[in-house]
Design a protein around this ligand. Structure first.
Ligand code: NAD
Length: 315
């Protein structure tokens, strides 16, 4: 199988580069990334020579000219490229939406033209605050994205669904929970990773006021890799949306786990516009119908993240 992965140098992509070849027979992986976040380390020590890298900004239409030069036939394009810090998107709305939406528009047009099935990485943040447990079968009116980042994800989903409806594109949309788990290109502005870093550095864990008991969906990277392997092996591109969540947890639950593996955990309550608003629980109804089995363990991924910093003594 030949696969293209955009944004492959990031937290999720760098783990896919290492682990997908263990699940599926891969001839070649084409990596496309603009190095926006400088994760050169994700290109280190790849296990064999079946990787190719194109440095390109997919939000720029000229990147299509670069893509059109590709000669091989690809079996799937996994689209991860995006600006991803939800909180900073509040300050840079236009930049986020332009980058993410335009990159997806160009990728979709490339997949349509070359008849390549698309896997799109959306986010459970498209749900926003919800009173009841929610799943993929809710109506669009129930979706309440609370940040420009989440708005751009929803706008991109709608573009993809419109192409699926016109039958010009085969695709699967995954709404991933917030990631926990190690990778060469991991980032630390997401909740669990930020808390693990802060506690390891002896810094207070910054928790937004009133949020200790708010629930959110989290996803172990192991489950993410397995779900993509499962869909590629079974060639499932029938145009549906799938939630992918290992566990819904409160901030309190996460801190209790961190306290098991990190000494002297201190809390500092802060104000954060976006984080104050969000509490929701998500069900994997569509994946359950496919009998996909989750094996991830958020506690283990937290322990492994804290362990990364074990040799640093911070005062
Ligand atoms: N990590 C999570 O918790 C999470 C949860 C749900 C959904 N997602 C989605 O999964 C995808 C990957 O997330 P991640 O955590 O690996 O993000 P990341 O920020 O670690 O990686 C994103 C990568 O995309 C690249 N990129 C950004 N804009 C680009 C452009 N215009 N052209 C080419 N490359 C570009 C960056 O250089 C980076 O390497 C994103 O679309 C994100 O929205 C992530």
């Amino acid at each position: 199988m030949n696969i293209i992965i955009t944004g492959a140098l990031g937290h999720i992509g760098s783990r896919l580069l290492d682990d997908l070849p263990k699940l599926i027979k891969i001839k070649k992986i084409l990596i496309i990334d603009n190095l926006l976040t400088q994760r050169y380390s994700s290109l280190f020590y790849l296990k064999n020579s079946n990787y190719e890298f194109i440095e390109a900004d997919l939000s720029n239409k000229d990147s299509l000219i670069q893509l059109e030069k590709i000669k091989e036939k690809y079996d799937c394009l996994i689209h991860l490229a995006a600006m991803t810090n939800a909180e900073s998107s509040l300050l840079m709305k236009k930049k986020f939406i332009n980058n993410n939406y335009n990159a997806t528009k160009n990728v979709v047009s490339y997949c349509e033209k070359n008849n390549i099935p698309l896997i799109y990485a959306s986010s459970t943040s498209v749900y926003g605050t919800q009173k009841k447990i929610i799943d993929e079968n809710c109506t669009n009116d129930n979706l309440k994205p609370q940040s420009p980042y989440a708005e751009s994800k929803l706008k991109e989903e709608k573009l993809i669904l419109s192409k699926i409806n016109k039958r010009s594109l085969k695709a699967t949309i995954f709404r991933f929970g917030t990631i926990s788990g190690l990778s060469k290109g991991m980032r630390f502005h997401t909740a669990i990773n930020k808390f693990c870093y802060q506690s390891s550095m002896n810094l207070p864990i910054t928790v937004w006021k009133t949020a200790l008991n708010q629930k959110r969906p989290y996803l172990d990277l192991i489950d993410l890799v397995n779900v993509i392997g499962f869909f590629l092996n079974n060639k499932i591109f029938e145009g549906k949306v799938y939630n992918v969540v290992t566990k819904n947890l409160t901030v309190n639950d996460i801190i209790k786990i961190i306290k098991k593996y990190s000494k002297n955990v201190k809390l500092l309550k802060v104000n954060s516009k976006i984080m104050n608003q969000l509490s929701y629980e998500v069900k994997n109804s569509n994946l359950d119908m496919l009998n996909f089995k989750f094996i991830g363990n958020i506690e283990k991924s937290i322990r492994e993240t804290i362990n990364l910093f074990k040799n640093i003594n911070s005062k």
